[in-house]
Design a protein around this ligand. Structure first.
Ligand SMILES: [Zn+2]
Length: 352
């Protein structure tokens, strides 16, 4: 059956291949399929699920990565609204998941995703257990499934910064599909996403050296040409749009003061900020469900706009401005206006 999961785990679109000995990451040494000695395929439990596994076990790494990948794909299939095929499907029908390599990085490429581990304070954390990292890497594959592989990049094409910003956005929006994540985020911030926001936590353990923050204030005139740095304004504009649409929903449902929409949040004084924080916290205490619905609606408006725009872009010639306009024109009216305003503020497009 097409939706059946076999041992490994594996199915018709992907499989886990867990090398028995250390292997060099792909790219430096060849491409899939992995042909060396492997650990045994992880068998499912008696009910054919994998949910009885010990999360500390070695076998769990592959199972967790496999589940996260499917989670992200299930979400983005909806936003894309069209069939998604691996960009490498003419060569490899299935994605190979290598759940552990001794390497301080993670990457996805032609037929594979490979996960190393981060090391902080002498402790190793496998990226196979890190949803944000996996979602970011799968974000690259989702993007490429729609744009196709760049063939002959022109020197000033913006495909790399674009795909970093979109992969981070895919990671962020996918994270917001966990009910528990939304609940915890709202509980911790008391409904105020401008505060201690946890949305950018995915940057903290980023496998890439550049620290990327969704809550940055960078404009195009303030970034270098390095791809991760150059991706920051687009990512920031997308993140700001989610927060502003969320505010709009809160105001519409009577959960927040309408002045929240008329002030520039970047210019708030501490006093004004404290006042907003207090009113939001009180409203959240009384009507938490409205906050959750507001965030879900904001998340989906932006997710759907990105999903619908991707296949319209030409990876060889695109500029960030074209990509931004494609996203805005795929959005619903309210999201489009908000996106445009943020793209202008970030200097990604000119004022219109
Ligand atoms: Zn990346």
């Amino acid at each position: 059956m097409p939706d059946e999961i076999g041992d490994g785990p594996s199915d018709i679109s992907m499989y886990v291949a867990d090398p028995l000995f250390d292997k060099e990451p792909y790219g430096f040494s060849g491409l899939p399929p992995y042909r060396g000695p492997q650990r045994r395929s992880v068998p499912s439990g008696p009910d054919r699920h994998f949910d009885s596994m010990d999360p500390r076990s070695r076998d769990y790494l592959g199972v967790h990565a496999y589940a996260c990948i499917h989670f992200v794909l299930d979400v983005w299939r909806n936003y894309l609204g069209r069939p998604m095929h691996w960009f490498f499907s003419d060569f490899y029908p299935r994605l190979e998941i290598v759940p552990f390599v001794r390497w301080n990085n993670a990457h996805a490429g032609f037929g594979f995703i490979e996960l190393g581990c981060s090391e902080a304070a002498g402790e190793q954390s496998p990226y196979a257990l890190n949803f944000d990292t996996i979602a970011h890497e799968i974000g690259h594959l989702v993007t490429l499934s729609q744009t196709g592989l760049p063939g002959n990049l022109s020197r000033d094409a913006d495909f790399f910064p674009f795909s970093e910003a979109i992969s981070d956005s895919i990671s962020l929006i996918s994270f917001l599909h966990f009910d528990s994540a939304i609940d915890r985020l709202l509980r911790r911030t008391k409904g105020n996403l401008l505060l201690y926001n946890e949305l950018n936590r995915f940057a903290e353990t980023s496998p890439e050296t550049q620290i990327r923050l969704a809550t940055n204030f960078r404009r195009m005139s303030e970034v270098t040409s390095e791809a991760h740095d150059r991706s920051l304004p687009l990512l920031g504009a997308i993140f700001d749009t989610i927060v502003e649409l969320y505010h709009r929903e809160l105001v519409a449902s009577g959960c927040a003061d309408h002045r929240l929409l008329s002030v520039n949040l970047r210019d708030l004084t501490q006093d004004e900020f404290d006042r907003f924080r207090q009113t939001t916290a009180e409203a959240f205490r009384d009507r938490p469900l409205f906050f959750k619905l507001a965030l879900i609606k904001a998340r989906d408006s932006v997710g759907a706009a990105i999903g619908a725009a991707l296949h319209r872009l030409d990876p060889d010639t695109m500029h960030l401005g074209d990509a931004a306009l494609a996203i805005a024109s795929a959005a619903d009216l309210q999201a489009a206006a908000q996106l445009e305003e943020n793209f202008v503020w970030r200097e990604i497009i000119g004022s219109r």
